[in-house]
Ligand binder design. Sequence first.
Ligand code: ADP
Length: 169
Amino acid sequence: MKKKIIKLVETDITTLSVDVIVNAANSSLLGGGGVDGAIHRAAGPELLTECRTLNGCPTSEAKITKGYKLPARFVIHTVGPIWRGGNHEETHLLAECYRNTFKIAQTQHLETIAFPAISTGAYGFPVKVAAKIAVRETMIAAMQIPFLKQVIFVCFTPETREAYEEALQ
Ligand code: ADP
């Protein structure tokens, strides 16, 4: 199958020269901590200027901007769900983040994409569950998008890497 388009890397997502990196944003799209803060710092202030024109983003939806000073050409900002025990549609909403991100990637003809582990930091989503969703939605996207070449999962912590390795088995 197309599983080999998936790659795990332990690095700062802002260093990757891909078509698009994904930001685990908050619904204001005006920057925050974690990966969001790192992306805004590395892209420079023009990213915030463009984000201000987008009027925020509801949970599970996604919006694209340019990458500015990043090596990546574009950033897709998606807003993951906050984990509230698991009975508030969290798994569905996280899957929608991946689906909506891939939809934009397909429309814009983006071939290489890097994801952080959306929602698993400040938003508290269990990383093992999140990794399974990320892998499943990527396998589906890989079947639907013929030109998709590479999907990189950025594992910022050893625990994250273990969760993705398990999900890939
Ligand atoms: P959320 O609010 O969606 O939980 P966080 O940014 O708090 O977003 O965390 C999401 C994931 O991104 C976590 O696994 C965190 O370790 C990781 N992360 C934080 N900084 C970076 C970075 N510079 N590059 C890649 N991943 C990062």
